[in-house]
Design a protein. Sequence first.
Length: 350
Amino acid sequence: CFQISCQGATSITTFAVFLCDKIAPALHRAVYERTALDIARDMKSKIPDFRGNRSCLEVCILRYLAQEENFEKFKNYLQCPGDFLETYIETRVEMYCLDKNRRLEKFLDDSLTHCYESIQSAVFASTRIVKDRKDRNDKISLWLDEFCSALGELLSLPRRDLKGIEHQEITDIEFLNNAMTEALTALKERLKEEFVSADMSSFERQPHTILAEQFAGCWEKCPFCGALCTNTMPNHDGDHRLVFHRPQVLTGYRWHKTDNLVIDICSSSVASDCLFRIGEDKWIPYKSYRDAGSQRHGADPSMQLYWKWFVSHFRRELEIWYNGKFHGKGEIPALWQRITKQEALDELEK
């Protein structure tokens, strides 16, 4: 402020540069915040995985896992489906933004152009209102009032942070308008140079987090097979909604007092006369699972080729993971072993 006061005719230029230095961090944040929202919105409309609801996304994830044929990735998905979903979205966002076309840079440039034009409009509007005022001697204070008001919610630039420069004796508001235009142009060019090397770590609020929030909802699991509820409401009424149930081996179930892994699908068990155990010696019919306090889950009529293929394809890995065997009551049917990955994927598409 002292420097501006001592510069006489050049004080307007110094004032403009000083104000733009104040604007710079707020503009930087605004550009990245807007870009994060734009990326999430763009991917939601253009990428098939994210066009539908969480059930559709679940199917896309299962397709991806089958195509990868990586058992460790399946394990991560089965153990922590919510974390896997967010990681999956994060990976897709990075691939989309950092491909050979460098979409990220274009998103940032578009956001910067929008913010720059809005700030420039605020400068013009403030100048138009203040330049012909004859009833006020503190034109700079009035100009700053109008400028911060015109910015609205675009930038976080509190008027109180500019009190140190509001008493400058600057009367040529038109010259200030031109000086601000030059200073803003220089600021825009500096930011454009920064965007060339920008990556996803530059965001305070990540685009993949915004996108993942749109697939929030209930994360309850079926107590028998671990299938995840895909209802979009966290505290919804009625039965949990599932894409389809799975063989119970996927939660480590074994037949009582044996090492036989359970390949039965719980939706079939609920329709049978089988029992399940609670604690050491309490047995309850599957049909009465609601009475046992277990999660309510809708029956699923699908043939579930996908999980039958998975169990057959990764039988050795599953035996090691769950310390059991697919023999005895857990013998994998020959029909399951003839299911191809393509058949499983084809049913998934339906």
